[in-house]
Design a protein around this ligand. Structure first.
Ligand code: FE
Length: 205
């Protein structure tokens, strides 16, 4: 992605990608953005910061009751305590899934997303259909992602904004009581922290 500006004549880019590249090149030409700073930013959030951070936060909450209560009370600081902070993570809220409540996160306006714990948002998260339907028909959206909730479970939809970014604390799979936080963190997927998946006992691929 970061070197598309070099190869855009040969790569089968979509029309929208080509337009983004043209715009990016124009901004660089005009001196409005710096290509190196841009590449550094993209590399950071695509490769070095990602859902593995959020997964460690979740697994610690599952195995450390004090940490969990701090996380639910003051997510920003509890997450910072694990070393994850920065752009688009300045004000975090963690919402907990339980037997009676399932949480789903969306940004209805654009694509606000907690970068320090999840990296960059997936394409579908930014799509207008997800942004609209997560609010208007969340159960149907969840079904399409393969999440079947019991009829009595309440679905709560959280609209992330520039001010507040939400992270879902999924339910810990049962039957893994002897697992360490590190082992458990390998089961926690990006989608489960957005709320479009549950955490299963099978490790994420
Ligand atoms: Fe947004």
């Amino acid at each position: 992605m970061s070197d598309n500006h070099v190869h855009h004549h040969h790569s089968p880019l979509s029309e929208i990608d080509q337009r983004v590249n043209k715009l990016q090149n124009l901004l660089i030409e005009k001196g409005l953005i710096n290509q190196e700073a841009m590449d550094e930013l993209i590399d950071t959030y695509e490769n070095r910061v990602g859902p593995q951070n959020g997964a460690r936060v979740v697994a610690r909450a599952w195995t450390d009751a004090d940490y969990k209560s701090r996380l639910l009370r003051d997510a920003t600081n509890a997450i910072r305590e694990m070393g994850y902070e920065g752009r688009q993570g300045e004000h975090m809220e963690v919402v907990e899934n339980t037997d009676s409540v399932h949480n789903l996160v969306v940004c209805t306006l654009c694509s606000c997303y907690p970068w320090p714990v999840l990296g960059l948002p997936p394409t579908w998260y930014k799509a207008s259909s997800y942004r609209a339907r997560a609010v208007s028909e969340p159960r149907l959206v969840l079904q399409e992602f393969g999440v079947e909730l019991a009829p009595g479970v309440e679905v709560r939809v959280w609209d992330s904004t520039a001010e507040i970014r939400y992270l879902v604390l999924p339910q810990r799979p049962v039957g893994l009581e002897h697992w360490t936080a590190e082992q458990l963190s390998e089961l926690v997927t990006r989608d489960s922290m957005i709320g479009v998946a549950l955490v299963s006992k099978e490790p994420a691929v």
